[in-house]
Design a protein around this ligand. Structure first.
Ligand SMILES: NC(=O)c1ccc[n+]([C@@H]2O[C@H](COP(=O)([O-])OP(=O)(O)OC[C@H]3O[C@@H](n4cnc5c(N)ncnc54)[C@H](O)[C@@H]3O)[C@@H](O)[C@H]2O)c1
Length: 232
């Protein structure tokens, strides 16, 4: 069984990933700063389901603060680090681009630096299909041009991807980048509905987009694949 550091563990995807890893018998140190980008009660509600589970430990920490991250990291080694913590969303990034640069760029750099220092064998970095901008044909391809991000969110995630490449090139870090798009957890409905869910489980209705969409499902793969986000 493996030992994982999972950032963004109180987030929508992080909490589902943590549950999946624990289900498989792995050990998870979940890290999150529980910021108020959306109602933080939703995050504590997710954590309430995780903290009693064997193999899970929560650390409240900010990945954009190198010292805080180092404190939360601890001394024991990790088999893999999953960096899911981020400011997510295109529109809010136009209002507060600095928060996005701190969490998504400086935060990712701090995570990569500690992975390098501790010789972590596998790193997974969450990125976004927003990087494909408006100039790429659909369905998007992984080798499409991502040089024209249209929001601070996309730009911050693109910058993090570039840093991942530098750390791979310079220090041999094995990094997998997952460009999610409208992520859904199997059997749980649409992301925005989940995000709008209040801690007492009431669902706030949001308009559903019509027509076919490129979604990402969270699935769990085999031994070496920590998690697979498959387009559907
Ligand atoms: N949900 C999607 O459809 C989607 C699509 C593409 C990419 N992604 C990416 O997947 C990842 C997870 O997304 P999500 O939907 O679960 O978002 P989310 O906002 O629900 O979760 C992100 C978590 O990261 C935490 N966080 C933010 N900044 C932090 C910091 N500086 N230090 C520590 N924790 C911090 C937040 O408190 C939150 O709990 C993100 O990197 C996001 O960009 C998501």
């Amino acid at each position: 069984m493996a030992r994982y550091l999972l950032t963004g563990a109180a987030g929508f995807i992080g909490a589902v990933v943590a549950q999946g890893l624990l289900q498989q018998g792995h050990e998870v140190v979940g890290l999150d700063n529980l910021n108020d980008a959306y109602d933080p009660r939703l995050k504590t509600w997710r954590l309430d389901a995780l903290t009693p589970r064997a193999g899970f430990r929560f650390e409240r920490a900010d990945i954009s603060d190198a010292q805080d991250l180092e404190r939360a990291w601890g001394d024991r080694p990790y088999d893999a680090v999953l960096n899911l913590a981020a400011r997510a969303g295109v529109r809010p990034s136009m209002r507060d681009p600095l928060a996005y640069a701190r969490a998504n760029l400086i935060g990712a750099l701090n995570v990569l630096e500690l992975c390098k220092r501790h010789g972590v064998a596998k790193v997974v970095q969450a990125s976004t299909s927003s990087l494909y901008g408006a100039h790429n044909p659909r369905p998007f391809r992984e080798d499409a041009d991502i040089s024209r991000p249209l929001s601070p969110y996309a730009a911050s995630k693109g910058a993090a991807e570039l840093l991942c490449h530098s750390y791979h090139h310079l220090f041999g870090l094995d990094v997998t980048i997952l460009r999610g798009r409208q992520v859904v957890a199997e059997g749980k409905g649409h992301l925005e509905q989940l995000k709008a869910k209040s801690p007492n489980n009431a669902v706030v209705a949001r308009p559903q987009e019509s027509g076919p969409r490129q979604l990402t499902k969270i699935q769990f793969g085999g031994k070496t694949t920590v998690l697979v986000l498959a387009e559907s």
